[in-house]
Design a protein. Structure first.
Ligand code: SAH
Ligand code: SF4
Length: 370
């Protein structure tokens, strides 16, 4: 298969038209056979696309990991319920609001509330928290990343003011999904949740781990096809990093290379997407975030959680909570972003095509209230 590396447009066209076989060949080519010069060209094309829609801006999101309890048992994750060694904590409503206040004063205008699937946080509790944050900081976006819930639950959270939702699909291949998750969880439900979130009006983020156990170029091709169909507003990908107290602790690919390639390919395929340079990428590679931004990412999510709990939210081993990962290191992060000629941006950083949809929603609300 010939990949024309002469211009970004032809690669974009190829990625958008290709079927599963071609996509897996393209991904395999870049991961296994490409030269350093080709990978550099790929990241430059990706940056061109990012710059076309978002300029050189890098958006900041303040991450609040508010509970490490989880009812699920995903095989890869340190927070899975059968990991009896995991330290469990949950923040109170007041502590969550305090994190937002701290973040607001530091300039953050998006708060990402993430947790395990903690049944303590009922719709009523969560809606109260979301509503309070929006009341205090109406010009900020609230993103939730709290797993699978019912349509009604998502709707209530949206109506309480939540703007965005992150739910990685993890893999779009059914068999692969079953190898990573226990019986009782299903790809079908995950996908249903994502379409529900979209229908309700959330800006939706999905994504997957790179080099996860049993992943192949074919399953990655299916991930790409799924992303093309869903057209999410955000796509979170980062390397799989084993956790010592899970059964998947033997699978280790200590390299950021594949994540960087996939970040560029995704940026070229879906150029308007908001694409974070993730903590996992920074954990596996000292300059991971910087390289991620150079590869086409445009979001970073420093941690705003209380310092005393940061070492207890361990999805995987050696998770970073300093440098790029810590909101307290903001000046250092800003310097690093500027050193690669990008521009730190503290606005809400919504998806580029969103205005219209938001307006429609407001008009509908207005009409209904008449
Ligand atoms: N409970 C929520 C949010 C927290 S987990 C949910 O599952 O959606 C957030 C993400 O962490 C998961 O989607 C998964 O892709 C990632 N993750 C979990 N374990 C990981 C590991 N060992 N290595 C890398 N990423 C991991
Ligand atoms: Fe729980 Fe999310 Fe970890 Fe799965 S990935 S065990 S849902 S925290």
């Amino acid at each position: 298969m010939m990949i024309n590396m002469n211009d970004a447009g032809s690669i974009s066209e190829l990625l958008n038209k290709a079927g599963k076989k071609e996509l897996s060949d393209i991904i395999r080519y870049f991961c296994e056979k490409s030269t350093a010069a080709e990978r550099l060209a790929l990241s430059q094309f990706a940056s061109e696309f990012r710059n076309k829609y978002y300029g050189t801006r890098v958006f900041f999101r303040g991450l609040i990991e508010f509970s490490s309890y989880c009812r699920n048992d995903c095989f890869y994750c340190g927070l899975r319920r059968s990991n009896l060694k995991a330290k469990r904590y949950r923040l109170s409503d007041t502590e969550i609001i305090e994190c937002c206040t701290k973040g607001y004063n530091m300039g953050f205008r998006t708060f990402v509330l993430q947790s395990g699937e903690d049944t303590y946080f009922t719709d009523t509790r969560l809606c109260k928290i979301v509503f309070r944050i929006k009341e205090l900081y109406p010009n900020c976006a609230v993103t939730l990343s709290i797993g699978e819930r019912s349509y009604n639950s998502y709707k209530k959270l949206f109506d309480a003011g939540a703007d965005r939702y992150l739910l990685r699909h993890e893999t779009a291949n059914e068999e692969h999904y079953m190898k990573l998750h226990p019986k009782g969880m299903s790809l079908g439900n995950r996908i249903r949740c994502l379409y529900n979130l979209k229908e309700i009006g959330f800006q939706v983020g999905t994504g997957f781990m790179v080099d996860s156990p049993y992943q192949t170029y074919e399953t990655l091709a299916e991930d790409f096809i799924f992303l093309r169909e869903l057209e999410p507003h955000m796509i979170g990908i980062g390397p799989f990093i084993p956790h010592k107290d899970t059964s998947l602790n033997d699978f280790y690919h200590p390299s950021s290379t594949n994540t960087l390639i996939l970040l560029s390919l995704i940026r070229i395929m879906l150029p308007k997407t908001l694409l974070p340079a993730t903590t996992a990428l920074g954990t596996i590679d000292n300059s991971g975030q910087k390289k991620g931004l150079i590869a086409g990412a445009n979001v970073i999510m420093p941690n705003l959680s209380p310092l005393k709990h940061r070492s207890d939210y361990l999805l995987y081993d050696n998770k970073l909570f300093t440098g790029w990962e810590a909101a307290e290191c903001k000046p250092e992060i800003i310097r690093n972003i500027e050193s690669i000629k990008l521009t730190p941006d503290f606005s809400r950083g919504d998806y580029v095509g969103l205005k219209e949809k938001n307006d429609c929603r407001l008009i509908l609300k207005h009409l209904k209230s008449k």
